[in-house]
Design a protein around this ligand. Structure first.
Ligand code: ZN
Length: 182
């Protein structure tokens, strides 16, 4: 029966290529629940694991460093201190912006969260603090600035990156827009 050994050999090769644990240059699929101040802030719903390339600061550093060595199916409770999450809350990140900077259709009211584009084209998050006659007071702190984060995580899958993913330092999934790529 010539050829019968070939599929078996390929199967063995792919098993050898599959990473056995989280390490740099491994694509990690993760379920997580993020709890902040005792309340669930965010979580992955069933079968919607986040996927990222380990070792490139694609996720917050305090979480990334705790993942090394974890295997598929491993679960862990991780406390990430403020300085390894989104940093301290900074009063200087509250700034008055002239109303003329905002397009007329932007809903401006205290508490409204905005996604803005700066002069370099980068996305910025900001929350409206208060309104004055000619200015809008915005808080540019990350919503989780100053917060200790509690993660409960499960490693769902591990795979090697493609050559292109490795070169770019991030994963390319089906939702990834090629035109926005670097
Ligand atoms: Zn890319």
């Amino acid at each position: 029966m010539p050829g019968i050994g070939i599929p078996k050999k390929e199967g063995e090769m792919s098993a050898e290529n599959k990473p056995q644990e989280v390490a740099a240059d491994v694509v990690v699929s993760l379920f997580y629940t993020l709890t902040v101040d005792g309340e669930v802030f965010d979580y992955t719903e069933d079968e919607e694991a986040i996927e990222f390339l380990q070792g490139y600061e694609n996720i917050i550093p305090g979480l990334e460093k705790e993942l090394y060595g974890m295997k598929i199916g491993d679960k862990k409770q991780i406390t990430v201190p403020v300085e390894e999450a989104y940093g301290e809350y900074d009063e200087e990140e509250i700034r008055d912006i002239p109303r003329t900077e905002f397009p007329a259709d932007v809903p401006l009211a205290p508490g409204v969260e905005l996604e803005l584009t700066d002069n370099e084209g980068d996305m910025l998050y900001a929350k409206v603090v208060s309104l004055a006659k000619d200015t809008v007071k915005l808080d540019f702190n990350h919503p989780l600035a100053g917060k200790e984060l509690q993660f409960y995580i499960e490693v769902v899958d591990l795979r090697p990156p493609t050559a292109e993913e490795l070169e770019h330092g991030h994963v390319h999934d089906e939702e990834y827009a090629d035109e926005a790529d670097d």
